[in-house]
Design a protein around this ligand. Structure first.
Ligand code: DHB
Length: 390
């Protein structure tokens, strides 16, 4: 009798244990965050991971009854690694969402996995226009290079800049920046006298900048990915381009808030166009910058951080709308059409394109209390990616 009771108790305990285990699994919502945490793009990974963790700290880690689990993987910005990690996250970890993607090749390499597994893929950094067309499961919270470049090509000719040399990193976003800046500048009566491209990996800007100095344009337009701006700025000064009266302009990637403060006086006066500045004067942004800095030893958030923070918002809210139920398609539906206030300003996930619609600002680097900031002086409201119209 006693033995039977004992066995019964074990059986019950086993059932209870299995039920708890299943419940635990069903109640977990996994986000696979693939980022470059080491190598050339490491600052992108550091910024996005910090922002994602801040979002979770501020908004809790339980949403619609699910416990959020963030699984961070380092792809060292090599697209083969991104794809392999995405595959493992989907097959082994059974993640509900893939997120991150520091550079365009990483996002493009992962797109087929998102499609085949019907896993929503939130692109928080990469910014080539065509990315959202690579899979119907991609949603973007960063920006696009056409979006940022066109605004500057409208501003330049009205401000005495007619002859421009362009200098871009030779891959997706750089080619987008070059093309959309040039087309719009020509439309506005300006001209691009030379279009220079530098390699993405280990670029040496010096010989290119020497060429620009000899060509003496009114301005040099630059796109380099986050993390490379300081090297451009240093070489620009060392080659004496500023002294030769050549203006430096570009998308805000070149005056990246992650590095700006250490760039020195050569950066003062540089005009860029972008979707986010740590100096954006809204109450929400002030709170964001303060909390981010406090949680990360004084680090200033850059546009990558804001892409990560808003990406988490998009995931959390989609999970709420789908009430924690349903698979990738239900989540995706909850991501489309979200409209909300971000630290960057108002933003919108276009339900048709799954791409971000947002304000683009013109900014000038200014020194305030000894610190360098991208100070916004004009805004173009609700800019859709011009790349989608073609
Ligand atoms: C991309 C990467 C960047 O670091 C950036 O600032 C813009 C675009 C990209 O690879 O898409």
């Amino acid at each position: 009798m006693q033995k039977r009771f004992f066995l019964h108790a074990i059986a019950l305990a086993t059932v209870a244990f299995t039920a708890t285990a299943t419940l635990a699994q069903d109640n977990t919502f996994k986000i696979g965050l693939i980022l470059p945490m080491t190598g050339q793009q490491a600052t992108t990974g550091r910024q996005i991971e910090a922002a994602a963790r801040l979002y979770m700290a501020q908004n809790g880690d339980t949403v619609a009854g699910k416990k959020i689990q963030l699984i961070v993987k380092d792809d060292t910005s090599l697209p083969d690694a991104t794809r392999r990690l995405a595959q493992e996250l989907v097959v082994n970890d059974k993640v509900n969402v893939l997120a991150g993607f520091g550079i365009t090749p990483s996002a493009l390499a992962t797109a087929p996995i998102a499609t085949q597994s019907k896993t929503p893929m939130v692109v928080m950094a990469a910014a080539t226009s065509s990315i959202t067309q690579a899979s119907p499961y991609i949603v973007r919270t960063s920006f696009t290079l056409p979006q940022a470049s066109v605004a500057l090509a409208d501003w330049a000719p009205k401000n005495g800049i007619k002859k421009v040399v362009t200098l871009v990193s030779d891959y997706g976003p750089g080619i987008d920046a070059e093309k959309y800046f040039k087309e719009r500048l020509i439309f506005n009566g300006g001209q691009v006298t030379e279009a220079l491209r530098v390699p993405l990996r280990g670029p040496d800007f010096a010989p290119f900048l020497q060429k620009v100095r000899d060509a003496k344009p009114d301005a040099l337009f630059v796109f380099v990915p986050s993390g490379a701006g300081a090297a451009v700025m240093k070489q620009f000064a060392e080659r004496g381009l500023d002294k030769a009266g050549i203006k430096l302009i570009g998308t805000g990637d070149v005056t990246d808030d992650d590095q700006l403060n250490d760039m020195g006086d050569v950066a003062v006066g540089v005009v860029t166009s972008h979707h986010y500045s740590a100096a954006h004067p809204s109450a929400m942004n002030k709170k964001f910058v303060e909390a981010f800095s406090k949680a990360n030893k004084g680090l200033r958030p850059n546009f990558m951080a804001v892409g990560g923070y808003d990406g988490m918002r998009v995931i959390y809210e989609a999970l709420k709308t789908s009430k924690g139920q349903g698979g990738g398609d239900a989540l995706l539906a909850g991501m489309k059409g979200q409209i909300f206030e971000s630290p960057r300003g108002k933003m919108f996930i276009d339900a048709q394109t799954r791409d971000v619609v947002q304000d683009i600002y013109l900014r000038k680097v200014e020194k305030k209390d000894g610190q360098l900031y991208n100070v916004e002086f004009d805004v173009i409201k609700d800019v859709k990616d011009p790349g989608k119209a073609k």
